[in-house]
Design a binder for this molecule. Structure first.
Ligand code: BTN
Length: 311
């Protein structure tokens, strides 16, 4: 595109165009400049610029602020710090790399640079405290939808919120909550997607994988993140109106990898084997023992595994 065309379309001076082009180059865009011809974009950088993310986000998807970090301890921790400083509802914190990424149950979430997606959403919903954990399942539905879109294959949910492709985990969700006088002050929904990573330690590759490893295709991270946010916020707004998961159970169960299977439920170090039947409108797992007695399992208290491995 010629410099003149850019000036006219954006109604800015030639000097401004030159300055912006240089800034884009500094940000990692590869731009060829040819005298009297103009500029040609050869390659976008392999990180998610805020401009690019906004370009793919439909108007009105998020009403809060968007903050990007090259490197941060944990986007969940950052979202909680910012929540305490008064950041608004529907704010997004995302990073190219986390130095202390957190998983559930005190585990570490490995977060290398330039490959995957790590982000946290700060939400300030008017919800009873007991409903906060349901948001994790709402996020899992959005994560499954976008994983299917980019992998072109069916993706499952391992209750409550791991996303599974080819029986291995590609995404994890960690939801944390801040209370004030017994009421929700904020909820942070933190999501880690294994996108373009190709190297996994032996220990992790038994259970975990990435979309790239499974499909052989590199995935544009900005578009993927924007699609997740769009899919999640659509469901989130519906959930806020309904305040339960009744209208989501059918969609959720259609992805639920555990359904009809035996699961090992580990609670306070004790194991029990049950058959998973589905979820109720609170997102609890309905399970049955071999005498036909059913009970529900609440997300906070247990770890669920397949009988012979991860699922
Ligand atoms: C799990 O154990 O499955 C949950 C993993 C959650 C990881 C994400 S990455 C972005 C956000 N920041 C964190 O420190 N953790 C979550």
């Amino acid at each position: 595109m010629s410099g003149q065309d850019i000036c006219e379309q954006l109604e800015i001076s030639r000097t401004a165009v030159w300055k912006y082009i240089n800034r884009l180059k500094e940000e990692g865009y590869e731009i060829e400049s040819v005298t009297r011809k103009g500029y040609r974009l050869l390659q976008s950088p392999d990180f998610i610029t805020e401009e690019e993310l906004r370009q793919y986000l439909p108007e009105g998807t998020l009403f809060g602020t968007i903050s990007y970090y090259d490197s941060i301890d944990s986007t969940n921790e950052e979202a909680k710090r910012k929540a305490a400083q008064g950041d608004p509802d529907e704010s997004l914190y995302y990073a190219d790399n986390q130095t202390a990424g957190k998983g559930r149950r005190g585990r570490t979430w490995i977060s290398p640079k330039g490959e995957d997606i790590f982000f946290s959403l700060l939400l300030r919903p008017e919800l009873p405290v007991e409903s906060a954990s349901m948001l994790t399942l709402v996020a899992a539905l959005a994560a499954a939808e976008v994983s299917e879109k980019y992998s072109g294959e069916a993706c499952q949910i391992k209750w409550p919120n791991d996303i599974v492709l080819h029986n291995k985990k590609i995404c994890g969700i960690l939801t944390e909550m801040g209370l004030e006088m017994g009421e929700i002050s904020y909820i942070v929904v933190g999501v880690g997607f294994n996108i373009n990573r190709s190297v996994f330690s032996d220990e992790i590759s038994e259970m975990g994988t990435s979309l790239f490893k499974e499909t052989g295709r590199r995935i544009p991270r900005a578009r993927f993140l924007a699609d997740f946010l769009t899919a999640f916020m659509k469901r989130y707004r519906r959930f806020l109106k309904e305040q339960n998961l009744a209208s989501f159970t059918e969609e959720y169960e259609s992805h639920l990898v555990n359904i009809g299977r035996q699961v090992k439920i580990i609670k306070n170090g004790e194991e029990m084997i049950r058959t998973a039947l589905g979820i109720n409108d609170k997102g609890e797992l309905i399970v049955q023992d071999d005498t036909g007695v059913t009970e529900t399992i609440f997300t906070g208290e247990v770890s669920v595994r397949g009988l012979y491995g991860y699922v």
